[in-house]
Design a protein around this ligand. Structure first.
Ligand code: NAD
Length: 353
C-alpha cells in the first residue's frame, strides 16, 4: 500500500493511473479537491479495488494520522500543492498554507507514524516529495543547467513556498532520520493538465477562436517533460533512490514559450484545421509579462540517468503530439473543467474565459 497526496491533480492523477495499471499494490489517494483537483481524472479507476480516494487536506493532522494507522502504507508520496505561479502572485496565502504549513504538518504526521513502525518496516519506509526546478531560480542563456547542488534562489511566491517545503523535507531527514527522497522536475505537459497552464490554455483558446496570450516576448525558456515520463522517474526514485538525496528530472527539451505555442498551433492545423483554412498561429497575442518572470530554467538530469538508469520515453515531438491528440479526443473532460472556477480565474487574467 502507498499513500499519495494530490492524486486528483494533473501529475498525481497520471501517477495513480499509471501505478494501478502497472502494479497490484493499492493506493490511498488523499486530495483536498481544490479548483485544480478533478475526480474525473480518475474515472478509469473509479471502481478499481486498489484505489481508495479520501477528500482531505494534507494539513489536517488528525485525518492524515488516522489514514496512516488504518492503511499502514510503506510509502507516502507528496504531490499535493498549490501549483500555479500566476495565482501565487495574486494570492500567496494559499501557497504558504498548503506548500509550507501543509507539508510541515504532513511531515509531522508521517514522522509519528514512521517512528512507531517495527524495525524492518521503518527501514523500508519512504517519504517522496515531488518538487520543481523553479526552486533554483533563473538562468541566463550561457549558464549551465541546474544540477542538484545548485543553490536555491526562488523568485516567485510559488517557488519560494516549494523551496521552503524542500528544506523542511531535507531537515526532517537530517534531524529525525525520516527516509525522504525529493525530486525536482521541469515543466510537465500531457493529459489532464488544467487549462490555466500554457499548453492546455493554448489548445483550449485556439479551438474556441480566442486569442493565444503569450507573456512578454515569449522567449522565456523552459525544459519540458511528458507527464508519464515524470511518473516513471518518480517510480524509479521510490524504488531505488538513496534516502536523503534529491534527483533532478528533465527531458533535455529546452524551448522558448513562443516555440511551444507555434508547435501546438502547427499540430492543431494538421489535426483539426480551422474551417477558414487559416493557421491557429494567427490568434497569437503578446500580453504584458508576468512580474518577476524567470527567463530560463534548464535541468541537468544526468544524476538520475547515471545512478538510477532512468530516461524519458518520449521526445518533445512524440509527447506533444500525444497531448494535442488527447485534448482533441477528450472534449467532454475539457468542457467539464472549463465549467468550473477556472473560467472566473482566466477572465481576471486575460479578460476572457
Ligand atoms: P495540480 O495543481 O494540478 O494538482 C495539485 C493537487 O493537489 C490538486 O488535486 C489539489 O486539489 C491538491 N491539493 C492542493 N492543496 C491541497 C491540500 N492542502 N491538501 C490536499 N490536497 C491538496 O498540480 P500538479 O501540476 O499536478 O503538480 C503536482 C506536484 O508536482 C506539485 O507539488 C508541483 O509543485 C509539482 N511539480 C509540478 C510541475 C508541473 O509542471 N506541473 C513540475 C514540477 C513539479
Amino acid at each position: 500500500m502507498i499513500l499519495v497526496t494530490g492524486g486528483a491533480g494533473f501529475i498525481g492523477s497520471n501517477f495513480v493511473l499509471d501505478w494501478l495499471a502497472g502494479s497490484d499494490e493499492a493506493v490511498v489517494n488523499v486530495d483536498k479537491l481544490t479548483y485544480a483537483g478533478n475526480l474525473r481524472n480518475l474515472d478509469a479507476v473509479r471502481s478499481h479495488a486498489g484505489h481508495v480516494f479520501v477528500q482531505a487536506d494534507i494539513g489536517d493532522t488528525a485525518v492524515i494520522s488516522q489514514l496512516l494507522q488504518q492503511h499502514r502504507p510503506r510509502a507516502v508520496l507528496n504531490f499535493a500543492a498549490e501549483s500555479h505561479v500566476d495565482r501565487s502572485i495574486t494570492g500567496p496565502a494559499a501557497f504558504i498554507e498548503t506548500n509550507v504549513l501543509g507539508t510541515f504538518r504532513l511531515l509531522e504526521a508521517v514522522r509519528e507514524y514512521w517512528s512507531a513502525l517495527p524495525e524492518a518496516e521503518r527501514a523500508a519506509f519512504r517519504f517522496l516529495h515531488v518538487s520543481t526546478d523553479e526552486v533554483y531560480g533563473t538562468l541566463s542563456a550561457q549558464d549551465p543547467a541546474f544540477t542538484e547542488t545548485k543553490a536555491y534562489e526562488p523568485n516567485s511566491p510559488y517557488s519560494a513556498s516549494k523551496a521552503a517545503s524542500d528544506h523542511l523535507v531535507r531537515a526532517w531527514h537530517h534531524t529525525y532520520g525520516l527516509p525522504v527522497l525529493t525530486t525536482n522536475c521541469s515543466n510537465n505537459y500531457g493529459p489532464f493538465h488544467f487549462p490555466e497552464k500554457l499548453i492546455p490554455l493554448m489548445i483550449v483558446n485556439a479551438l474556441a477562436g480566442k486569442p493565444l496570450p503569450v507573456y512578454g516576448d515569449g522567449m522565456q525558456v523552459r525544459d519540458w517533460l511528458f507527464v508519464k515520463d515524470h511518473c516513471s522517474a518518480i517510480r524509479r526514485v521510490l524504488e531505488a533512490g538513496v534516502t536523503g538525496e534529491t534527483y533532478n528530472v528533465g527531458g533535455w527539451n529546452e524551448m522558448p514559450n513562443i516555440e511551444i505555442v507555434r508547435r501546438v498551433c502547427a499540430l492543431l492545423d494538421e489535426l483539426r484545421p480551422r474551417a477558414d483554412g487559416v493557421s491557429y498561429a494567427t490568434q497569437l497575442t503578446y500580453v504584458k509579462d508576468r512580474p518577476g518572470h524567470d527567463r530560463r530554467y534548464a535541468i541537468d538530469a544526468r544524476k538520475i540517468e547515471r545512478e538510477l538508469g532512468w530516461k524519458p520515453a518520449e521526445t518533445f515531438d512524440t509527447g506533444i503530439r500525444k497531448t494535442v491528440e488527447w485534448y482533441l479526443a477528450n472534449g467532454e473532460w475539457l468542457a467539464d473543467v472549463q465549467s468550473g472556477g477556472y473560467r472566473d480565474w482566466v477572465s481576471t487574467q486575460y479578460g476572457q474565459a
